[in-house]
Design a protein around this ligand. Structure first.
Ligand SMILES: Cc1ncc(COP(=O)(O)O)c(C=O)c1O
Length: 419
């Protein structure tokens, strides 16, 4: 088996954690599409029960919720990629988060979470966990003093942050976060979905748990949902046992597709990093753009932290169009390469206006209170040619520029829009 902590990301994505010899001499990990496993006689059953640990996938399994060899193969690869001892795979990123928190938090405990994060994670903490007497304090991303002040000794069990965050791509200072966790004996969790293990490996900075929505870059093809947590072996064993109870297992066929997708992670992310940086620079210089949020730009508030702890800045570029809600929608409708869709990290570019996607039901004022402006765009870059993407942005933005320069055209557009 190649674990290769000294190997490059592309090698690890293909070979990391992978057994050289597999069933039937198959080159790829076979899909073991079964719900349960058989015992040839009672003695075999008793032998299994006597040394039973739930689903480590190394030997044999008992039942699909406790383990599956195809799932175990991907888990070994994911652990190798993030430099962790073990990984536990779940049916979605949200399932990974909720299962982790349900598994480790006692009633009456307390969570500290940063504000710029996936809204369903925040919702789970603030509403679902509250029903079990678990309190959550939300602190402003980047405010380490507020984070430290929010910790309640003996009560706070975990600090949760994304890095990069969604949608402003803020970067957590992983070293500071890990130090804070150790000082107060609080666990730390980084949702590293936007970074991927190619660009950032939080465990190397002393973080306890890394989480990915594997739906995004890891699978890379917008064709499955999965989530993963990586960390120390004993903690992962506890999570695997809890998964056997909570039941958030991933289907073996989805696990196979994920394994296949990960093999190209290194090359995909390299391409996406490069295009995103060029797009960010292009947009920053464009007269129809108000502001660009990309951690690889010096103008980003976390540029220096990102440069110190990341190997690449990721494939998502967030920006504000000079214009209102409608002008921004008009720009998005003019784009020809990206699809309008939530999600990110796949081979197809996706674009969305958060005000009309994740925050549709809220008023402009409510959205602004959450930091979501009407003219905000999240562009999740795929693996199309960089020049084609920039040309597409160029033609879509030209329309907006014309309207700025010629007010009478703006009026015409207003009339058209109202019809
Ligand atoms: C940063 C982040 N974490 C977690 C999730 C949840 O993942 P999933 O959709 O796989 O449940 C998402 C989904 O968009 C996300 O963007």
């Amino acid at each position: 088996m190649l674990n290769g902590s000294n190997q490059g990301n592309k090698t690890r994505a293909v070979h990391g954690g992978t057994k050289r010899t597999k069933a039937y001499n198959s080159l790829t990990s076979p899909i073991v599409q079964t719900a349960t496993y058989t015992f040839s006689d009672t003695q075999e059953l008793i032998d299994f029960m006597e040394r039973k640990t739930w689903g480590d996938g190394e030997d044999r399994e008992e039942y699909g919720r406790y383990g599956n060899p195809t799932v175990a193969a991907v888990e070994r690869k994911l652990a190798a990629l993030d430099g962790g001892e073990d990984a536990v795979l779940y049916s979605s990123g949200m399932n990974a988060i909720t299962s982790l928190l349900l598994s480790i938090l006692p009633a009456g405990s307390h969570i500290v979470i940063t504000d710029d994060c996936y809204r369903r994670t925040r919702q789970f903490c603030l509403t679902f966990l509250k029903r079990f007497g678990i309190e959550t304090t939300v602190v402003h991303m980047g405010d380490h003093e507020a984070m430290e002040a929010a910790i309640i000794p003996k009560k706070t069990r975990i600090i949760i942050s994304e890095s990069p965050t969604n949608p402003y791509l803020r970067i957590a200072d992983l070293e500071k976060l890990a130090r804070l966790g150790k000082q107060y004996r609080v666990l730390t969790l980084i949702d590293s979905t936007f970074a991927t293990p190619v660009n950032q490996r939080p465990l190397e900075w002393g973080i306890d748990f890394v989480l990915h929505s594997a739906t995004k870059y890891l699978s890379g093809h917008n064709d499955l949902l999965a989530g993963v947590i990586v960390g120390k072996a004993d903690r992962m064993k506890a999570l695997r046992d809890a998964r056997g109870v909570l039941g958030g297992v991933v289907d073996p066929h989805a696990a196979f597709l994920l394994d296949r997708g990960i093999k190209t992670l290194g090359v995909r992310v390299q391409q996406q990093n490069q295009t995103a940086l060029e797009v960010a620079r292009y947009l920053e210089a464009h007269p129809s753009i108000e502001r660009v949020w990309y951690p690889g730009l010096k103008s980003h508030p976390d540029f220096s932290v990102a440069a110190a702890q990341m190997d690449g800045f990721g494939g998502v570029v967030t920006f504000e169009v000079k214009g209102d809600l409608r002008a921004t929608s008009d720009f998005i409708d003019r784009m020809q390469i990206p699809y309008i869709a939530p999600s990110l990290g796949g081979v197809e570019s996706l674009i969305e206006q958060p005000a009309l996607m994740s925050y549709y039901e809220k008023t402009t004022e409510e959205r602004l209170a959450l930091g979501i402006k009407d003219n905000l765009v999240r562009f999740a870059i795929g693996i199309e040619d960089t020049d084609d993407i920039i040309n597409d942005l160029d033609q879509a933005l030209t329309g907006i520029r014309v309207r700025h320069e010629y007010p009478q055209i703006q009026n015409l557009w207003e009339i058209r829009f109202r019809q």
